[in-house]
Design a binder for this molecule. Structure first.
Ligand code: UD1
Ligand code: CA
Length: 454
């Protein structure tokens, strides 16, 4: 069976952070996750991740999803793969893909096509390469008339070799059994005193085995980050790549400033995304919506023809034809039903707002179920927390909650129940009833004049 080893042992000193480099995020996801999903998209599920610097952070991130092996000292890429030998030996049939955990844009098409070449040519090793305008820092691909003959690192290269523009991406296919044997033959007699994985190519050739190179037409697959500036570049690249995909799908952008859309987000045809909108993981938006400006949506399903202006929404469902915002916070486990209207300074948490219900201003609805076509007056607050536990409120269809009503949970208001403005509701209200709870209004005539005369 084919499997993969992902190298994630490096520190990335120039990032200036106490974190393994592959955990730095591109479009909200660690670079390592991009590499893992390229494997998964190629149906490779047998994966070993080599951890080193702050390896426990890699374990914590993966939380047991994949096997890891520890490289206790950073002695080079070959040494890193040597740590995977027990993993490789579990099944030596088939091929092993080696990838760098900090080159996020490797894609499953490149993985699949290079494997095809690798198998067709019966190679022991096939390296994935690309041509770069500026190849500086990368290993250069040395070719002879019979094809690839080796890889030479920048630090070991002659001036002439440094002019070569075809570089090693750091991704390879190996026949697993050959990889195990080649790893045993690596030496560290080079400029960096490291065990170079790249030496496997010339060793394989010297043993009469086949080695090949798959040159990708897309040099972006090898992009990595050595510092924060590079990381910003990767983010910019990924951001534009995702926006371009949505443009092709018929999503409208009049200006892309501040728009960040994570890669698994789905957006329907005719939807317009306005500036400074961040659409995070797990978000699905329907057709002909207007989203933004200044809107953050994470883990939400949004229907068709929805307007969301200056909204923060998390882990919720927003049904079609609803109008949300400006200045609305929708917290997890909420459902805003079809055609509801929620606007200025409203917070909804773990609640359902029924069909065509209006919650127009300055309201907190927490842990509650509001029926359809209800009207929730300004300043209404569900008092859902008594300091120890949370309770729910229900409000029936067609209810009219007067301004500044407090609903002391748990409390149930029936169908078409009315509450007078300023009422604190402490008991259930039956269907069609009105609840008024106000202190008696007293008026003291001339009070201020007396005071002022003093
Ligand atoms: C390596 C290649 C080079 C290639 C480049 C592509 C070698 C000798 N050189 O360069 O030809 O063009 O990648 O980016 O392989 N890592 C470990 N343990 C180590 C060393 C590295 O886990 O001891 C990991 C790093 O976290 C990283 C990957 O291996 O994910 C590549 O390491 P890096 O130092 O960036 O690559 P180079 O050695 O510079
Ligand atoms: Ca290195």
């Amino acid at each position: 069976m084919n499997k993969a080893v992902i190298l994630a042992g490096g520190q990335g000193k120039r990032m200036k952070a106490d974190m393994p480099k592959p955990l730095f995020k591109v479009l909200g996801e660690p670079m390592l996750e991009w590499v893992i999903s390229a494997c998964e998209n190629s149906e490779i599920s047998d994966i070993c991740i080599i951890k080193g610097f702050r390896g426990e952070m890699i374990d914590e991130y993966l939380s047991g999803r994949y096997e890891t092996a520890l490289q206790a000292e950073r002695l080079g890429t070959g040494h890193a793969v040597q740590q995977a030998i027990p993993f490789l030996e579990k099944d030596t049939d088939g091929n092993t893909l080696v990838l760098c955990g900090d080159a996020p844009f490797i894609d499953s098409e490149t993985i699949n096509q290079s494997l095809m070449l690798h198998e067709q040519n019966n190679n022991s090793v096939t390296v994935i390469t690309a041509e770069l305008e500026n190849p500086s820092g990368y290993g250069r691909i040395i070719r002879s008339k019979n094809g690839i003959s080796g890889i030479v690192e920048q630090k070991d290269a002659t001036q002439e070799q440094r002019n070569i523009k075809e570089v090693n991406s750091g991704a390879y296919w190996f026949r697993t059994a050959d990889l195990i044997s080649l790893l045993g033959k690596l030496e560290n007699n080079n400029a960096q005193k490291e065990y170079y994985l790249t030496d496997t190519i010339s060793i394989a050739i010297s043993e009469g085995k086949n080695a090949g190179a798959y040159k990708s037409s897309n040099p972006d697959i090898i992009k990595g980050a050595n510092n924060r500036k590079d990381l910003l570049e990767l983010n910019t690249y990924a951001r534009n790549m995702v926006i371009e995909k949505h443009l092709e799908n018929g999503v409208e952008f009049v200006c892309t400033d501040g728009i960040i859309i994570e890669r698994d987000v789905e957006i329907g045809v005719g939807t317009q995304i306005l500036p400074s909108t961040v659409l995070r993981k797990g978000t699905k938006i329907g057709e002909n919506c207007i989203i933004g400006s200044n809107t953050v949506i994470e883990g939400c399903t949004v229907g068709d023809n929805v307007i969301m202006n200056n909204v923060q929404a998390y882990g919720s469902v927003i049904e079609s034809n609803s109008e949300i915002g400006p200045y609305v916070h929708i917290r997890p486990e909420s459902r805003i039903c079809e055609g509801a209207k929620i606007s200025d300074f409203v917070e909804i948490k773990n609640s359902t707002i029924g069909r065509k219900t209006a919650v127009a201003h300055l309201v907190y609805i927490g842990d509650s179920d509001i029926g359809k076509k209800a009207n929730i007056g300004a300043g209404t607050v569900t008092v859902n927390f008594d300091g120890i536990s949370k309770s729910r409120c229900t409000v029936g269809d067609y209810a009219f909650i007067g301004s500044n009503t407090n609903l002391i949970a748990p409390v149930n208001l029936g169908k078409a129940a009315y509450t007078a403005a300023g009422t604190t509701i402490t008991r259930d209200i039956p269907d069609y009833a009105l609840a008024i709870g106000r202190g008696e209004l007293k008026i003291k005539e001339g009070y201020t004049r007396k005071k002022l005369n003093k």
